[in-house]
Write a protein that binds this ligand. Structure first.
Ligand code: URP
Ligand code: ZN
Ligand code: ZN
Length: 466
């Protein structure tokens, strides 16, 4: 079995920071030993990676992506091939994407379709959540089977009536089933029925620009839906994971529930931490680049999101990577903001933006690894293979240069989308060498990976509940 040793770096996990060498055999980490110790110096390996002056961190786990997702009358622009390659460039070595159940169809058909899109095409490892859009007796039964085969989380929508929307009764039934079979319900918490009334009224009044997307998707309607989802989960005796939290008042709902001891969890995304309604209001049709749901909020909300990440009321930062090109895709909503496909690119930028947040004093280095690697791995049943550097873990490792500088730009990123949501943003820090299960896939600006290296990861049930 081939051996690799990574020497001289600062190994950072969610739990500790140590100067250690890391020994890899084949696809797995087999040992760590203090740099310069007799044990570490005694290791021989075919490949020696010098990490002096660098961090050695677990590969990122992005638990919320939508590669080639059909949505809003078009399809997300990254395929599993381009999207996982871009992820690797940015230091993310596992994604969990969303397979979709179409209304009137089975979970199995949706899952099979997503396996067919991903298999043989991914550059890094991947798993699936299932979007539950049609709760029936048979789809509830299918949930049990999917949990048994490693699809252990189910996204439901209180938004998008007529597309993915489920009413409270269906949500309660799915939560009850999840409570029994271990499946974790992930909630898109916005009151879509009320939002659609406001959309209709805005358009009738001639308010058609992208910024109105943010105005009609009112903060109160995110907070209300978050509260309702928490209460439904409490009635069902089920844990709850709220996706893409953007409003301060929704964080407050989660915090209140957690103080009551309820097993509710929240994810936010880089776009809510770094962008705001100022971007949605950019002149011309530029704001369309920032249309996603939940929407970007006024800048003041960012401090509450950072606070939630520090206190632990929010546990995970995922990207909700759902890229649509400005040209030809976002433009579908010219003259009608409600037709702009919802979603932002970001899978390549998350690790770097969060490292910048470390430098800016929002979070510590270990919290960076916790919210971007360790907790998403535990939340979605990938621990101990993913999210940490320890004997027995997959050798998904990033040698990260904390002093490298870069400017985020569509001209240099690897995502298959014609704009960057962070165009021109200066970042300190960059992945230098990226290993996926022991194979170097990125090194010093060179792509060494291949489509098909990435392997499907069946997942255990949530490991974050204790
Ligand atoms: O705008 C978004 N978030 N697009 C992707 C679909 C979803 O709701 O996560
Ligand atoms: Zn959503
Ligand atoms: Zn999403």
């Amino acid at each position: 079995m081939s051996r690799t040793v990574i020497r001289g770096g600062l190994v950072i996990t969610a739990a500790e920071e140590v100067r250690a060498d890391v020994l890899i055999e084949g696809e797995q980490v087999v040992a760590l030993a203090t740099t310069g110790s007799t044990v570490a110096d005694g290791w021989t390996a075919e490949t020696v990676i010098d990490a002096t002056g660098h961090y050695v961190i677990p590969g990122g786990v992005d638990a919320h992506t939508h590669m080639e997702m059909p949505f809003g009358g078009t399809t997300a622009a990254d395929t599993f091939e381009t999207g996982t390659r871009a992820a690797a460039w940015g230091g993310t070595t596992t994604i969990v994407d969303f397979a979709i159940q179409s209304v009137g169809s089975s979970l199995r058909a949706g899952l099979d379709a997503w396996h067919a899109k991903a298999e043989g095409n991914c550059a890094v490892d991947y798993g699936f959540h299932m979007i539950l859009s049609d709760v029936t007796e048979s789809s509830l039964k299918e949930m049990d089977a999917l949990v048994g085969e490693g699809v252990t989380s189910f996204k439901m929508f209180m938004a998008y009536p007529g597309v993915f929307y489920s009413d409270d009764g269906r949500i309660l039934r799915a939560m009850q089933r999840g409570a029994a079979n271990g499946g974790l319900i992930m909630m898109h918490a916005e009151n879509g029925i009320a939002i659609d009334v406001l959309v209709e009224q805005a358009l009738a009044a001639g308010r058609t620009d992208p910024r109105y997307h943010g105005e009609v998707r009112r903060e109160l309607l995110e907070a209300e839906a978050t509260h309702r989802a928490i209460k439904l989960a409490q009635v069902a005796g089920a844990p709850l994971y709220v996706v893409h939290v953007s409003a301060a008042s929704a964080v407050a709902e989660l915090a209140t529930a957690r103080r009551q001891g309820l097993p509710v969890f929240g994810e936010t995304c880089p776009q809510y931490l770094f962008l705001s309604t100022d971007n949605l209001a950019e002149p011309g049709f530029e704001g369309a680049k920032y249309v996603c749901s939940t929407p970007l909020r006024p800048r003041e909300h960012q401090a509450e999101l950072w606070k939630g990440l520090r206190t632990g009321d929010l546990q995970v930062v995922s990207t909700d990577h759902c890229p649509f090109c400005f040209s030809g895709q976002k433009e579908l909503g010219l003259g009608d903001f409600s037709r702009i496909p919802n979603g932002l690119p970001g899978v390549e930028n998350r690790m770097d933006l969060l490292h910048q947040a470390v430098l800016d004093g929002h979070i510590t280095r270990r919290r960076w690894i916790d919210i971007a690697c360790a907790t998403p791995a535990r939340m979605f049943g990938l621990h101990p293979r993913k999210g940490t550097i320890a004997p027995g873990a997959d050798a998904d490792i990033v040698v990260y240069d904390p002093a490298a500088t870069q400017t985020l730009s569509a001209a240099t990123h690897h995502m298959n989308v014609d704009y960057s949501a962070y165009e021109g943003k200066q970042i300190t820090g960059r992945a230098r060498t990226v290993l996926s299960r022991g194979t170097v896939v990125v090194d010093a600006g060179t792509w060494l990976g291949r489509a098909g290296h990435g392997r499907y990861q069946p997942r255990a049930t949530c490991q974050y509940l204790g």
